[in-house]
Structure formats: structure tokens, C-alpha cells
Design a protein around this ligand. Structure first.
Ligand SMILES: C[S@@+](CC[C@H](N)C(=O)[O-])C[C@H]1O[C@@H](n2cnc3c(N)ncnc32)[C@H](O)[C@@H]1O
Length: 271
């Protein structure tokens, strides 16, 4: 179980409600890929009831509305500013301000589609939450999740390791530990799981760090500890030395994306 501090998650994302959409081209790509697969799944008939977990500014919610104009959509977000933004952007959607992990535990209503993009990496108990969501599906239902895999920002992780080794300071983990995808495979053997790496390029390491900050995606764990100035400088140096693209002069950052599709066709048997 991850030691995510949900109050911090809500306030960090809430404070970035105005910069989020511009700062997150990768999350936009994920949402687009997810909705394209979902629309193929429902090509024979639109889902009647849809639940979205972690709607943010409502970017994916709007796509869902466009593709399934007759569906009844409920969208949940833990941040009041994000929930407010989705309410403003998607007037016909029932927007709920709640922690999706506890919200779905109290639900008895069934859904044809439960969808979530770029949010499950913030769940404290991803297996239990997705397992619960799966049990809320109707007989023709689909659980469709896009999340980040453990190789995300591998360059940053490695540069921190090198910086701690070079400065001789006691190592601190500044990054959120991401749930490993092989565990999703093990826990949801009937799910279709697709992975891809997307590389983004930035002018320098500080611009990359700012983009994470502007997305609200900073470390929101209980164990977060201050970053020493010398370690930060050394980390930036290591990063530039190791991960600068020789042609463009830009630094690379990997986003490891994982899509999971689990249909309720096999419900009654194992997931
Ligand atoms: C990276 S944003 C993704 C937003 C949107 N799905 C998108 O694709 O652009 C993650 C969102 O999930 C919300 N979130 C994180 N943990 C959550 C939780 N436990 N319950 C509900 N929302 C949560 C955050 O407040 C934030 O708005």
C-alpha cells in the first residue's frame, strides 16, 4: 500500500488547476489513446452509465461526453478546484468531490464503463480499488485505466542516485514509488495490458522539473523530505551529462504508460 498523503494530493492538484492542461501533453495523449480503445469496445452500443475516477479539469470527461452523448456520466475528483473546473466545463455531468477509493466502496450502482486516466498512480491501494471497480461493472461493462508504470522518470531516479553517491549524503527517495505493472498482470490475469514509453524532451533539467510542478504531480507521500541544494545541483549536472540528446541538446524524460482493459464478460469467474 502506497503512503500517499491524500490531502497533499488534493491541494497540489488544486493549486495547478489553471496550468494543468498546458503542462500535461503526455496525459492528454494517454486520455486520447484510452478513449479511442474504449469507443471501439462500445462500437455496437453506447454505455448507459459511466463513472470516471480522477476527472481533473474535465479534459477526458469532455471526450467521453462527445463520444457517448446519451450516457449518464458521474465524474469524481479529490480536489475541490478540479471538481469545480469539471463542473464548469461539463454541465451535464454529475461531478462528485470525493476520494475515489473510498467513494466506490460505498456504491451499489452498476456502470457500463468505469474509466480513469493518469490518476491510479495516486491511489493508496490500487489492486483493491480496481478490483472493487471491476465488481461494479454491469454484464457488458468495461474497466479502462491509463496509468504510469514504474519506469516513469527513470532518468531522474538514476540522476538522484548518482547525486547522492557523488555528494556522500545519506540517500533520500524524492520520488513516489509507482506500483509495478507485473503486479497488475498478476492480480488481473484476464485484463489486456498494453505498455508504451513516451519520451519528452526539455531544454534543461529545471524546465523538466517545472513541468512536473505545473502539472501538480510532485511527491505527495507522507515520507517526503527536503531536498538539499547541493544534491539538487549535482542531480541536474548528472542528468544533463547522461541524458542530453546529442543532436538536439535537449534532455530526455521517459513516461512509462500502461493501459489496462478489463471486460466483465468473464464475471463470475476470476478477474
Ligand atoms: C494527473 S490528473 C489526471 C486528470 C485527468 N484524468 C486527465 O487525464 O487529465 C490526476 C487527477 O486525479 C485526482 N486524484 C488523485 N487521487 C485521487 C483520488 N484518490 N480520488 C479522486 N481523485 C483523485 C487529482 O486531484 C487530479 O485531478
Amino acid at each position: 500500500m502506497a503512503n500517499i498523503n491524500k490531502k497533499l494530493v488534493a491541494s497540489r492538484f488544486g493549486s495547478k488547476v489553471n496550468s494543468y492542461d498546458i503542462a500535461t501533453p503526455v496525459q492528454q495523449q494517454m486520455a486520447q489513446a484510452l478513449i479511442e480503445q474504449v469507443s471501439k469496445h462500445f462500437s455496437a452500443g453506447e454505455p448507459g452509465k459511466i463513472l470516471e475516477l480522477g476527472c481533473g479539469t474535465g479534459r477526458l470527461t469532455r471526450k467521453i461526453m462527445e463520444i457517448f452523448p446519451n450516457a449518464r456520466i458521474t465524474a469524481v475528483d479529490i480536489s475541490s478546484q478540479m471538481a469545480e473546473m469539471t463542473r464548469a466545463n461539463c454541465p451535464n455531468v454529475d461531478v462528485i468531490l470525493a476520494d475515489a477509493e473510498s467513494y466506490i466502496c460505498d456504491l451499489s450502482e452498476r456502470y457500463d464503463l468505469i474509466i480513469s486516466s493518469a490518476t491510479a498512480q495516486w491511489f493508496r491501494n490500487i489492486e483493491e480499488t480496481l478490483g472493487h471497480a471491476y465488481h461494479l461493472l454491469t454484464d457488458r461493462g468495461l474497466l479502462a485505466i491509463a496509468t504510469f508504470g514504474e519506469h516513469t522518470f527513470c532518468e531522474l531516479r538514476e540522476s538522484f542516485d548518482m547525486a547522492y553517491a557523488a555528494t556522500g549524503r545519506e540517500k533520500i527517495n524524492h520520488m513516489v514509488d509507482i506500483y509495478p505493472i507485473h503486479k497488475l498482470h498478476a492480480n488481473f490475469p484476464k485484463a489486456e495490458i498494453v505498455q508504451e514509453d513516451i519520451k519528452q524532451y526539455f531544454n534543461d533539467v529545471r524546465t523538466f522539473l517545472k513541468s512536473i510542478h505545473d502539472a501538480g504531480a510532485v511527491n505527495s507521500t507522507d515520507s517526503k523530505r527536503p531536498l538539499n541544494r547541493h544534491v539538487l545541483q549535482e542531480m541536474c549536472r548528472q542528468y544533463s551529462c547522461r541524458f542530453t540528446n546529442a543532436d538536439s541538446g535537449k534532455i530526455a524524460a521517459t513516461y512509462h504508460i500502461c493501459y489496462m482493459y478489463l471486460s466483465s464478460e468473464n464475471k463470475g469467474h476470476s478477474r
